[in-house]
Design a protein around this ligand. Structure first.
Ligand code: SAH
Length: 349
């Protein structure tokens, strides 16, 4: 590393902040050595805050029906080759029951923007879950809804909400989404969620089409200022039935590098080693954890719908990615010195 690069990294560690220009320089200058160095520091910080533990979340993909047409996403409305499904509240409760037995204490309900899931239906479901499992946290990841809806869901018991900002650059946001979708709406949603007292997660795809180092620098700056409780960062992976079918996937190296930076600038963040990272590399989850991640989200959806929530090509849902194979995940984490714990795993403040 050059003297200038070392200075930048020292500033990053000391102040947990760089200018957008400095982030851009760092991203452009990264090499194997720098990545390993930052991963070591990020891991040490995560160990200090959360110990040598990994939190697990049971991910239930409640519907792949979606009104949106995000250009990158395999379940976009325009994909006529996607076999659609929707779980009933009873099916969701069965997943949660199974998950609780397996040791999960956080359940994430994720889905496309499916109008069938009205506030009334979701609030009923949330109240039932919270009554049956008062020691569990419930996370929603159901896209953009109005502030009133977010308030209703929060009052009914939702603890956390994941809504990736996808990119912090407005023109880039427009390149990834149809014109009906707006960057400002997404940002407004994130602000409302925060004001309503949710633990909020933002995040972005790594090396999505048209993404530049400057765009990533803006994502880091956004994370620095928004201070999310959770942050989902995974590689973009093309899906064969989308307009981005022939674009390149993001890399393991770049994703792990960014996980490390996010951990350094935001020590308390709950940072998953994502399914997408596990999907591009057999050791992706382990490498994510060793770069500063502290959350893994195994799949708890019913077996017969798992291959239908296909956001990108070859999305993993078996092996250690399946909640039923928790034992394998535990062993893999133990092999790198980390313990999977039975806990809600709230953000530390
Ligand atoms: N409808 C919800 C959930 C979307 S799917 C919402 O809008 O939040 C969850 C995340 O998967 C998205 O936020 C996106 O960042 C990621 N994703 C979608 N397609 C992807 C792809 N092709 N490669 C990698 N990640 C993708």
């Amino acid at each position: 590393m050059t003297h200038k690069q070392k200075q930048l990294i020292q500033k990053l560690i000391d102040t947990r902040s760089l200018t957008t220009e400095e982030y851009t320089q760092l991203i452009q200058a990264q090499d194997t050595k720098m990545r390993a160095y930052l991963a070591g520091i990020a891991r040490k910080i995560a160990d200090q805050v959360y110990g040598k533990t990994v939190f697990i979340r049971g991910l239930i993909e409640i519907s792949n029906i979606c009104k949106n047409d995000c250009l990158y996403c395999g379940i976009r409305a325009g994909n006529k080759d996607c076999m659609r499904y929707r779980l009933t509240p009873d099916e969701i409760l069965t997943c949660i029951h199974e998950g609780y037995r397996l040791g999960f204490r956080t359940f994430v309900m994720q889905g496309g923007e499916d109008a069938w899931f009205t506030d009334a239906i979701l609030c009923d479901l949330l109240k039932t879950i919270k009554k049956q499992y008062p020691d569990c946290a419930v996370t929603l990841s159901l896209g953009e809804r109005g502030e009133e809806s977010y308030r209703n869901l929060r009052m009914a018991g939702a603890d956390r909400y994941l809504l990736r900002h996808e990119t912090a650059d407005k023109p880039h946001y427009q390149q990834l989404h149809p014109k009906e979708m707006s960057f400002d709406t997404r940002m407004d949603c994130l602000q409302s969620l925060k004001q309503l007292g949710y633990q909020v997660g933002c995040g972005f795809m790594v090396q999505s089409p048209y993404q530049t180092a400057e765009h990533i620098a803006k994502d880091l700056k956004f994370i620095e200022t928004f201070q999310p409780d959770m942050c989902g960062i995974g590689p973009f992976i093309p899906h064969k039935d989308t307009p981005f079918y022939n674009q390149m996937a993001g890399t393991l190296e770049m994703t792990c590098f960014l996980l490390s930076i996010v951990r350094i600038i935001h020590p308390y963040v709950l940072l998953p080693a994502t399914t997408a990272l596990g999907s591009i590399d057999a050791q992706g989850r382990e490498k994510g954890v060793l770069s500063g991640a502290n959350v893994v989200m195994p799949n708890l959806s019913p077996a017969n719908v798992r291959d239908k929530y296909m956001l990108y090509n070859n999305k993993l849902s078996s092996g250690p990615e399946a909640a039923q194979n928790l034992q394998e995940l535990k062993q893999r984490m133990a092999a790198i010195g980390y313990e999977v714990v039975v806990a809600r795993g709230d953000v530390k403040r």
